[in-house]
Design a binder for this molecule. Structure first.
Ligand code: GRF
Length: 211
């Protein structure tokens, strides 16, 4: 697949509560996002997001990483399932597994991730705690294309969120989450728009993005 092959059939990968999945469902229903969810895949059977997806009548699959000894085999199974549903754009939404070579080769520049910090600050897990402990006054959300580098692919969209003096990890995470839910559907729409190119590590829309 090349970026040209990106289609409006989304495959959403989750591991947990699925509030970003919900935001994407809402954006499609409200016609803010012209796309359809072809399948929701979780690596955990107990992910609350799976039930959300079922409630909306979406196709769901559980593929547990624990059933595979080789990581690539897990990835290959994901690819097979995504292809079986004709997925053209993969959206990681709280998917807590690293994406490996089989996925990256099957969906080059066609996998999106959402991360709760202003990358490249605070990659990896517990981004909100990292930001709070570092003492930054502004954090935020990043939606980026996935490459082999953890949380390091071309940035599609970022939104800043203030860090308040009396913030806890919970209050900061909640404020960032509100912005995540706005940012993810918007970033997906930008990618589906198709008029963009990658230059170096930059995602450059044909028409400059307006806020
Ligand atoms: C979000 O904070 C997202 O940025 C991060 O994992 C969390 C997933 O939350 N990658 P949810 O499952 O979408 O509610």
């Amino acid at each position: 697949m090349s970026p040209d092959a990106i289609t409006r059939r989304l495959g959403i990968l989750i591991s947990g509560r699925g509030s970003n999945l919900q935001a994407i469902i809402d954006a499609i229903q409200d016609r803010r996002l012209d796309a359809e969810i072809a399948v929701v895949i979780s690596n955990r059977a107990d992910a609350a997001g799976l039930q959300r997806a079922r409630d909306y009548g979406l196709a769901t699959r559980c593929i547990s990483h624990r059933d595979f000894t080789a990581r690539d085999d897990f990835d290959r199974t994901l690819v097979a399932e995504l292809r079986a549903h004709n997925v053209g754009l993969v959206c990681l939404a709280g998917f807590m597994r690293l994406v490996g070579p089989p996925m990256l080769e099957a969906y080059p520049y066609a996998i999106l991730n959402i991360h709760p910090s202003l990358l490249p600050a605070f990659p990896g897990v517990n981004a909100q705690r990292q930001a709070l402990e570092h003492g930054v006054k502004v954090s935020g959300v990043t939606v980026h294309l996935v490459t082999p580098q953890l949380d390091g692919g071309p940035i599609v969209l970022q939104r800043a969120v203030p860090v308040l003096d009396d913030d806890t990890v919970e209050t900061l995470s909640a404020r960032i989450l509100v912005e995540e839910h706005r940012a993810y559907p918007e970033a997906i729409a930008r990618v589906l728009d198709g008029r963009w190119q990658i230059s170096g590590r930059r995602f450059i829309p044909a028409t400059p993005a307006r806020r």
